[in-house]
Write a protein that binds this ligand. Structure first.
Ligand SMILES: C[S@@+](CC[C@H](N)C(=O)[O-])C[C@H]1O[C@@H](n2cnc3c(N)ncnc32)[C@H](O)[C@@H]1O
Length: 287
């Protein structure tokens, strides 16, 4: 899924759709899942180790940028998916208490099962089905770190940075986001056109850094996610799932088209990964 990838963005649009008022939800449920493409996206992405590009090395590097954290920090993982980076954060910072929030109830259910299976995580990771912008259940200035890998784009990075300020602690509230950005000034038209549709708000890496500063944060560090991480943690598992689902949904033209889309996206990355990718931004709220 994109949290920066194209299929991911389609998936996020689906989520926005199903989280509309109940009447709309019922209409969608009336359609047979096998006739729909988007439930297949859910199935494919839910069965992957993570729903967006990223890995333990990047999470570890970003976490190392957070200085002077309390002994037992409170972390909000916003748009946690099935919890890949949630568990990584829990291993990097064993004393942390993590609220893992995602709009997708299925993902939260999967994460909850993982937490229950790993008894050491009960009480340390709290999965919550919630919009990352509607965090009324979290008190003002109560969070030490907001972590959001490949997810803030769904609501707009700038908007998220603004809304999240309320819950961040004064004098040391940190935010880490990863976002899909351009690495080159003038990317080839072929890939530019794709992303103009998929993520119109996508920016150059340095321009996204300017957004962070303009939003009232001190930018402590930023770095690129290496292309190898995309392959290892994201596109290779995705390619495996595509093959599996090709067989499962043989004869279903809509699904096959969706799977073609995933293969197309992988090929675009193979061709153009010098021009775009994920960047991590490590920042601290200014007083
Ligand atoms: C690209 S996935 C990244 C998931 C996870 N962070 C990872 O890297 O594996 C984006 C996630 O954002 C979630 N999401 C989309 N809109 C959201 C919202 N408004 N509030 C909370 N989560 C949202 C999706 O359900 C999805 O799990």
């Amino acid at each position: 899924m994109r949290g920066g990838t194209i299929q991911c963005r389609r998936f996020a649009a689906t989520l926005a759709y199903i989280s509309r008022p109940r009447t709309v939800f019922i209409i969608i449920l009336a359609i047979k899942p096998t006739d729909m493409v988007d439930p297949v996206c859910l199935e494919v992405f839910g069965s992957m180790p993570r729903q967006g590009p990223g890995d333990l090395a990047a999470t570890t590097r970003a976490f190392a940028g957070l200085k002077d954290l309390p002994a037992s920090p409170t972390i909000l993982d916003a748009g946690c998916g099935t919890g890949a980076q949630t568990f990584d954060l829990a291993s990097i910072c064993p004393a942390a208490k993590i609220v893992a929030a995602d709009l997708n109830q299925d993902f939260i259910n999967m994460l909850r099962e993982r937490v229950i299976a790993d008894k050491g995580m009960i009480g340390r990771i709290k999965p919550v089905c919630s919009d990352m912008l509607k965090l009324g259940f979290i008190g003002d200035k109560s969070i030490d770190v907001i972590w959001s890998e490949g997810a803030a784009y769904t609501v707009g990075v700038v908007k998220a940075l603004s809304v999240w300020k309320r819950i961040l602690r004064d004098g040391g509230g940190y935010v880490v986001v990863s976002d899909c950005v351009w690495f080159t000034k003038d990317p080839p038209t072929e890939i530019k056109a794709v992303w103009e549709k998929g993520y119109p708000e996508m920016k150059r890496m340095e321009d996204r850094a300017m957004d962070v500063i303009a939003a009232g944060y001190e930018l402590l560090d930023s770095f690129r996610l290496p292309a190898e991480s995309w392959w290892k943690s994201y596109y290779t598992p995705m390619a495996g799932q595509v093959e599996k689902f090709r067989t499962k949904y043989k004869g279903n033209a809509k699904v096959q088209t969706a799977l073609d889309g995933m293969v197309g996206e992988i090929e675009l990355f193979r061709k153009f990964s010098d021009h775009f990718g994920y960047a991590y931004y490590i920042m601290r709220k200014k007083e």
